[in-house]
Write a protein that binds this ligand. Structure first.
Ligand code: CA
Length: 684
């Protein structure tokens, strides 16, 4: 067995295999259009393949069985002069004397639980108006909200009718919430620009015919090109999940929100997948001893780096972008994929939709080592310099410096008692573009700033655990935890790069200290909408940060030169740092300059405002227009200085405009809080 696997691996990796069998056609699957249906599969090692057609998703007996015809490059083909929309199918693949039944890895539709594929005329699955559906305009900043479809509306307080709770359909319900906004109304109100949805391709861990109390994050793909059935209102008709998924995306677009799909191309639910059954051994990585590699910690690793694996993944991404109007993709364990593949996907999306139109980012790490194909580079953090600058990576450096390690509950970061982190925090502000990390991004556009995501503790739980270790009560509204939460948000909202938050971070979401809730109860996972009222002050704080951020070109700039806008970073004392931001833009902005202070210490701290002459030295070309210092006058007294600076955010309020109270020794910044001041532009 070991020898056989080694031989097949060598053959798969060889140029000979690619010359014989690499197929670049975009027509694999069942193409069902007008009066014609064409079935095509790639299975170069098969000796014989039989197609079986069924009238529905569950009857055992096929109504038709037919031999596929061998075509070029390992492709098998069968054509019918009729539109077989709604017909279900699978294949019997005979290879090496063994016969295996499999669904179609390229299927775009399937039955309940995905074991049988469905021929779908996709034009018949569009909800009304879907052809005209367009992504909303971007606003200069990307503020990504990470959401699980079931979490979103499972709560009875969500204002969603029972039959739509936890479903795609919940996103289409208008006017939710009665006394206070919930669901999409709430998101609109919050001001986020992108919703990032946890996996919603068909996954295997939830029985679609089972009860509604099942829950899983969904990182266990079965059918990559089909939406998950448990989020649909009807799993017995394979077209319903497709239509309702499109309705969800359309509704978010109509409400001004772009949609990002969390994709898991690094492993499959089981190693005995459709891919494996179609071409045994080809799609997975093996160790030298013949065992499956497990860099995903989920039992198997997809062999990105092989030509037909890469084609499969790239084609799948393009399919979702085109057919479902997805606006971006978040790659789970991107470190198991390759730089070459990620750059290729970037290029294909750019060619089809325009440069940067679709957002791409991922986790630049893996759970463990994985044997990569020769000549490829892992899409890991250390290789950020090889990744296209339009491919973002989650910044664990920023996350951990702000609130402490995700692996050790008690480990503090800057906002919750960590020491000696001042310099690192200042590096984080530029998205580590100015050094300080073990890698250098091409620009802060490659950086995703965040302090919480579905993995690990919620921000609230992490803060409670690190600040009230002895007697953690996650439902208690601790003042110090609230302050630390605000400061954490304040910090990453004033870092350059893209912004990302886990749904509910802004209302102190708790999972009662559970750090891995992937299959916990829906009640533990769901968004508790009444918390948006109970923690209304925190929600307002985030809402203001979101509004304010969009008005600050100095922080939104994603160009490679953006880091130069951050000037005069200073460690003011233990737990206190300050810096200036050149906030000028080609468009007039309200404030030419920003001054930002983070005070994580226990004491109020007085900080002198920047000297009036400093901006002149820092003047640079990014803004596109020169800064005329003379216009500000040369003799600014403290009165004039106070007039020209205003407080835009502090520990209590965000997106405010308050006169700066400048004392003899500077501006006073309260303990455990941030302060953001803007110097008014001339003529504003
Ligand atoms: Ca499923």
């Amino acid at each position: 067995m070991k020898k056989k696997i080694a031989e097949s691996m060598a053959f798969f990796a060889s140029g000979e295999f690619d010359r014989k069998f690499r197929y670049d056609g975009k027509d694999l699957g069942a193409c069902c259009r007008d009066g014609r249906t064409v079935f095509k599969v790639w299975s170069p090692l098969a000796e014989r393949i039989e197609l079986r057609l069924y009238k529905d998703g569950f009857t055992e007996e096929a109504y038709l069985r037919k031999q596929m015809q061998a075509d070029t490059k390992g492709v098998w083909k069968l054509e019918f002069p009729e539109n077989l929309h709604g017909i279900y199918y699978d294949y019997l693949v005979q290879a090496d004397g063994e016969e295996t039944c499999t669904a179609d890895p390229y299927a775009v539709g399937c039955n309940c639980n995905g074991g049988r594929s469905m021929a779908v005329d996709l034009s018949r699955t569009n909800p009304p108006g879907f052809e005209e559906d367009r992504a909303p305009e971007e606003c200069g900043e990307r503020i990504i909200y990470e959401l699980h479809i079931k979490d979103f509306s499972y709560d009875a307080e969500s204002g969603i009718p029972v039959e739509y709770r936890g479903k795609y359909k919940a996103f289409t319900v208008k006017g939710t919430g009665g006394a206070y906004p919930t669901c999409v109304e709430y998101l609109k109100n919050l001001g986020i620009t992108h919703v990032h949805l946890l996996p919603f391709f068909d996954y295997g861990s939830v029985d679609e015919a089972g009860d509604e109390r099942q829950f899983n994050w969904g990182y266990d793909p079965v059918n990559y090109n089909v939406p998950e059935g448990s989020y649909a209102t009807d799993v017995n008709d394979g077209t319903v999940r497709i239509r309702e998924c499109k309705e969800m995306i359309q509704a978010l677009h109509e409400n001004g929100i772009r949609v990002i799909m969390d994709v898991v191309y690094n492993h499959t639910h089981q190693a005995d997948s459709w891919l494996q059954r179609m071409v045994p051994g080809y799609y997975y990585r093996y160790r030298e001893d013949g065992s499956l590699s497990n860099g995903s910690a989920c039992g198997n690793d997809i062999a990105a780096g092989r030509s037909m694996v890469d084609n499969y993944i790239a084609d799948s991404v393009m399919y979702w972008a085109k057919e479902y109007h997805m606006d971006g993709f978040r790659f789970d364990l991107m470190g198991l994929l390759t730089v070459e593949l990620m750059n290729r996907i970037r290029a294909e999306l750019d060619a089809e939709f325009g440069p940067g139109e679709k957002l791409l980012y991922g986790e630049p790490w893996s759970a463990d080592d994985s044997p990569m194909e020769k000549g490829t580079r892992a899409a890991q953090k250390g290789n950020a310099g090889y990744l296209n600058e339009g491919i973002g990576i989650f910044s664990d450096d920023t996350r951990d410096v702000i609130k402490g390690s995700v692996f050790y509950a008690g480990d503090p970061g800057f906002v919750n008692g960590g020491e000696g982190l001042e310099t690192a925090v200042l590096h984080a502000v530029t998205g580590w573009k100015d050094g300080g990390a073990c890698f250098e991004p091409k620009s802060c556009g490659q950086i995703i700033n965040y302090v919480s995501a579905h993995d690990n503790f919620t921000l609230w739980d992490k803060l409670v655990l690190s600040m009230h270790r002895e007697k953690a009560d996650f439902d208690r509204k601790y003042d110090d935890v609230l302050a630390a939460n605000k400061l954490a948000a304040f910090i990453y909202f004033t870092c350059q790069g893209n912004l990302f938050l886990q749904a509910g971070e802004e209302f102190g979401r708790t999972k009662q200290g559970e750090d891995n809730s992937y299959c916990s109860s829906p009640e533990l996972n769901m968004l508790h909408w009444n918390r948006t009222v109970e923690y209304g002050d925190l929600v307002s704080y985030y809402r203001g940060l979101i509004r304010l951020r969009k008005q600050l070109p100095g922080l939104c700039d994603k160009s490679p030169g953006a880091a130069k806008r951050i000037m005069d970073g200073k460690v003011q004392g233990d737990g206190v740092v300050s810096f200036q931001v050149d906030n000028r833009d080609s468009q007039p902005s309200l404030w030419d300059e920003l001054f930002i202070v983070y005070n994580a210490s226990d004491k109020e701290h007085a900080v002198s405002l920047p000297d009036k002459d400093e901006p002149a030295e820092a003047c640079h070309a990014v803004s596109g227009r020169r800064y005329n210092l003379q216009m500000l006058g040369t003799e600014i007294d403290s009165g004039r200085q106070a007039e020209s600076w205003e407080v835009l955010a502090d520990g209590k309020e965000t997106d405010c405009r308050k006169p700066a109270e400048i004392m003899r020794n500077g501006i006073r910044v309260a303990p455990h809080s941030g302060m953001l001041l803007g110097r008014k532009s001339e003529g504003v």
